[in-house]
Design a protein around this ligand. Structure first.
Ligand code: C5P
Length: 401
């Protein structure tokens, strides 16, 4: 869990330094104590005073500005670190880390750090693609250091490219997933995760949909990836950041989702169906925007049933494939969920009480009961969707695969 930790945030010299201020705030908001170490170049972009004011801690910029006679700065910083994050990490600092160079406070403290180190490479595309940088990044990976993918987009140089520092919220989400205690139980497995709600078109500008935020499905996709799986995320439109390093298929309607799932399932090991699929769709979709009829206050739309995707997949799944469904219920939760699990031939159903407004759709927290084919039930506490996703992936790894 990314809370109650002593985090050291290393900031090196890049125009992206301003983003580290938000990152610092987010890490503090999560209940961590954050110490900032800046390279000399970083202090040219933002002053240490700004970081000091936000962190309420000494900001280290100089190895030789010793606070007390008994402390050696870089060792003190390293020893007091539960987690180190280097963001932005310039080509220069990455090169030093990869080669064991310790010639300033940041590189020296990083070399002395035994806690997990996370690095967010941030630089110009050509610098990132330079064989020297690529080699250094590979070395860091081999040394057990975790690196986040740089973002692609508009660079300070005025053109598009890879190398941007990802948004601070995305860095925090990544750290949260990396800090989870998932063993690599899904290594070599191909897992489809569906997320978000479907949209069923009435006409070119109107549709039927639901309140699903996609948060549960996205959390599952990230944790499954962390557990070593090759993940295919099929998603309706959401406002969430897109996870990196996995195949993402955007879908709109239940019919599109059904086709995508059917195609991918043939050589997949499992399906986790967290999407909120509309049960019905308009019988016809008007080609033009439907006009208001001034003579009639009533408007009827005929609906027809959508395929039950998870049930159809449940029918065709082989014995070495698994299917997990969700049941959002407002009453008789366990009884209704169990019936659904049996009817849809699922290996596991995640039962969710949506009558409770503190959990479920759109909220960050949830509480669910896992119901297995053999009748076994496990209820989770009320906890974050990420924690629930972790428990789900752990039970899939331990009891289903
Ligand atoms: O029957 P109910 O909609 O409550 O079942 C929920 C489960 O079935 C979820 O896993 C959901 O993704 C899946 N589902 C589906 N196709 C539908 C409706 C629901 O796969 N048309």
């Amino acid at each position: 869990m990314l809370t109650n930790k002593k985090i050291t945030l290393y900031v090196s010299g890049s125009i992206a330094v301003y983003k580290s201020l938000s990152l610092l705030r987010l890490l503090i908001k999560k209940g961590n104590q954050v110490t900032v170490v800046m390279t000399k170049a970083a202090t040219e972009f933002v002053t240490p005073l700004t970081f000091m004011t936000l962190s309420k801690q000494t900001v280290y910029t100089d190895e030789f500005k010793v606070e007390s006679a008994s402390d050696v700065n870089h060792i003190k910083i390293a020893d007091e670190t539960d987690l180190a994050i280097v963001a932005p990490a310039t080509a220069d600092l990455i090169a030093k880390m990869a080669n064991g160079i310790a010639d300033d406070i940041a590189s020296s403290a990083l070399l002395a750090t035994t806690a997990p180190i996370y690095v967010v490479p941030t630089m110009n595309t050509h610098m990132l693609e330079n064989p020297a940088t690529k080699r250094n990044i590979r070395t860091l990976r081999e040394d057990g250091i975790q690196l986040m993918d740089s973002a692609t987009g508009f660079l300070a140089e005025g053109y598009e490219g890879k190398g941007r520092m990802p948004e601070p919220v995305d860095i925090v989400s990544w750290l949260e997933v990396m800090e989870l205690s998932v063993t690599k139980q899904l290594q070599g497995k191909k897992i489809i995760v569906t997320a978000g709600g479907t949209k069923e078109r009435i006409d070119p500008v109107r549709y039927l949909s639901n309140d699903s935020s996609g948060k549960m499905g996205y959390a599952i996709a990230r944790v499954a990836q962390r557990a070593g799986a090759e993940v295919i995320l099929m998603t309706g439109k959401t406002s969430l950041s897109r996870p990196t390093g996995m195949k993402i298929i955007d879908i709109e309607s239940a019919a599109e989702l059904f086709n995508a799932v059917k195609d991918a399932f043939t050589d997949a090991d499992g399906l986790i169906m967290a999407a909120a699929v509309a049960d019905f769709r308009p019988l016809t979709t008007a080609k033009q925007k439907i006009k208001k009829n001034d003579d009639n206050d009533l408007m009827n739309i005929s609906l027809t049933k959508n395929p039950d995707i998870v049930a159809e997949i449940g029918k065709i799944k082989r014995s070495n494939q698994f299917v997990v469904g969700f049941a959002a219920e407002t009453n008789d939760l366990l009884e209704n969920a169990t019936k659904k699990m049996l009817k849809k031939h699922l290996d596991l159903i995640v039962a969710n009480d949506v009558a409770n407004i503190n959990i479920g759709f759109n909220s960050d927290d949830n509480q669910v009961t896992f119901i297995f084919k053999n009748g076994q039930q496990i209820q989770t506490p009320i906890e974050s969707k990420l924690a629930i996703a972790t428990e789900l992936i752990n039970v899939i790894g331990e009891q289903i695969i």
